[in-house]
Design a protein around this ligand. Structure first.
Ligand code: PMP
Length: 285
């Protein structure tokens, strides 16, 4: 499945956007990626924290001063309609992008369109995924440069530099530090550390995108009596942690084998517990 809805109309994805459009030329857009988990026993597709994604999308729209007449409720209704129209019985990935339409500049605030695309995407939660991270020489973008909490396409330029640098150095991914040298996040996911029976993750003042997966893990962990600390984490602390993992919509959960020379446990008990409670939540149990 690979469908594209442009302002509510189902279209062929070719020839939708002008080549002179401000979003295409300058990367100015905001978006959300949302996974849908298909539960075959229940015959239900669960959209992971749809409301939270739409709330974050509307914060991004307002920060970028994109004037849109479409309400949150209308977008949610449109998504439910797309799903109902297409009788989906598999895991999917839904992307909603708001962008400056027509021939326009990077400073345009009106003439905003939306594209919703939906395609098949399997979950990798049952696979054992591990990766090694390099500490990036690029600092994470900050609130006084380009707010990282806005999910804007152009923010990924910062991620691109860091990821490509880490791959060249022989790692699988990058860990960003803030410009003050604290641990921030990876290029497309948030980071969690495990120490004993507790989770530790950078607080929201560490130049992170406030991940929907991050927030859900924090609330599910607390509900299951796992202590969670949201705080500033220095790079020197890396060697004190037992285990570490990344969390985000696209990568779901991925265990971190090492960050530079620091090695971490794989399949740590707390990690297994987090994986179990998250999976149950995603599939509606
Ligand atoms: N940080 C960055 C930079 C990201 O791009 C993402 C992916 N959206 C995340 C964190 C994780 O956020 P979420 O769980 O909402 O996907």
């Amino acid at each position: 499945m690979n469908l594209v809805y442009y302002n509510g109309l189902c279209l062929d994805e070719k020839n939708i956007i002008s080549l002179y459009n401000g979003s295409f030329l300058y990367g100015i857009n905001c978006f959300e990626g949302i996974r849908g988990y298909w539960n075959p026993e229940k015959g239900v597709l669960y959209l992971f924290d749809l409301t939270e994604h739409i709330d974050r999308l509307y914060n991004s729209l307002s920060s970028l001063e994109f004037e849109t007449i479409t309400t949150k409720e209308e977008v949610i209704e449109e998504i439910h309609k797309i799903i109902a129209e297409n009788t989906i019985s598999e895991c999917v990935y839904l992307r909603i992008t708001f962008f400056i339409d027509g021939e326009s500049s990077w400073s345009e605030t009106k003439n905003i369109s939306r594209v919703i695309s939906i395609r098949s995407m399997k979950s990798n939660l049952d696979q054992k995924n591990t990766l090694s991270l390099a500490v990036s020489s690029f600092a994470r973008i900050s609130n006084d440069v380009m707010p990282p909490r806005i999910k804007a396409g152009a923010n990924y330029l910062n991620s691109r530099y860091a990821l490509l640098e880490s791959l060249k150095r022989g790692y699988d991914g990058a860990l960003f530090l803030t410009k003050n040298g604290n641990i921030s996040e990876s290029t497309g996911s948030c980071i969690f550390f495990i120490k004993g029976n507790s989770l530790v993750t950078p607080s929201i003042d560490c130049d992170i995108l406030i991940g929907i997966t991050r927030n859900r893990i924090i609330s599910l962990a607390r509900k299951n009596k796992i202590e969670v600390f949201e705080r500033k984490i220095t790079i020197e602390e890396l060697s004190n942690f037992d285990a570490a993992f990344l969390a985000g919509t696209m990568i779901e959960l991925k265990q971190i084998l090492s960050i530079e020379k620091n090695k971490f446990q794989i399949d740590n008990d707390v990690y297994q517990q987090v994986l179990f409670i998250l999976k149950n939540y995603l599939y509606g149990y």
